[in-house]
Design a protein around this ligand. Structure first.
Ligand SMILES: [Zn+2]
Length: 232
């Protein structure tokens, strides 16, 4: 067990070094860059669907205008002799209706133009931000790479030590369990009992668990699955 715990200690150092790379300013910059790209893509999609909506509305407005033009042609072509009082009043109603509809359409078109201008402006802004971020991404990646290179020999050394220790592991089954849990993202695998708490997830353990642990010396935590050891 001592050898497994020694390996776990070395693995912990490796993880700390990897975390150092992951938490370095360049890595954070890179994550922000990727987030910006994702946001940019989503924003472009949104702008595109807004533009489609505007085109749709424009077509509706344009159809209404054609209808109006058609109606006005009909009115214009009516022969003067056919016009009686009833005709005049219906013409006035028609004309009033058309004027109302047209001014409403005019307002809508203005609104569409304003929205289109806004979309163009926002697309340009976004495009500039993305170009800028892209230009910076090369330098960021280089910094991350440098950080990786910096920790790589340290990690290699620790891994070498682990390889040297592995043949000395007596309890192969426990070591297999260790490797399996570690591969599943559970780390550390073997944890001490801290008072009545799990040394991994810090959950308080029931008294009957502690009692069983006293006889078994080693038991998986009911909460996080890590192996709790009675002896440190
Ligand atoms: Zn636990």
């Amino acid at each position: 067990m001592k050898t497994i715990l020694e390996i776990q200690r070395l693995d912990r150092q490796i993880r700390a070094l990897l975390r150092e790379v992951d938490k370095c300013p360049a890595s954070i910059d890179f994550k922000n860059y990727k987030k910006l790209l994702q946001e940019g893509r989503a924003r472009f999609e949104q702008l595109e669907s807004q533009a489609n909506e505007i085109i749709k509305n424009y077509n509706i407005v344009s159809n209404k205008y054609s209808k109006y033009k058609g109606n006005s042609e009909i009115i214009r072509k009516r022969n003067v002799e056919n016009i009686n009082l009833d005709n005049i009043s219906s013409l006035i109603t028609d004309a009033n209706g058309l004027v109302g509809e047209l001014s409403e359409e005019h307002r809508r078109v203005e609104d569409l133009v304003r929205k289109s201008e806004e979309i163009v402006r926002k697309s340009a802004e976004l495009s500039n931000r993305l170009t800028e971020a892209k230009a910076r991404s090369g330098a960021i990646k280089a910094k991350i790479e440098a950080k990786k290179q910096e920790v790589a020999p340290k990690i290699a050394e620790l891994e070498k030590k682990i390889r040297e220790l592995e043949p000395k592991v007596e309890d192969k089954e426990k070591y297999e369990k260790y490797k399996e849990m570690k591969a599943n993202g559970i780390f550390p695998v073997y944890v001490p009992l801290e008072e009545n708490f799990c040394g991994g997830c810090k959950v308080e353990l029931p008294l009957n668990f502690i009692e069983r642990l006293k006889t078994k010396k080693m038991l998986p935590c009911e909460h996080c699955g890590r192996i709790i050891m009675l002896d440190k």
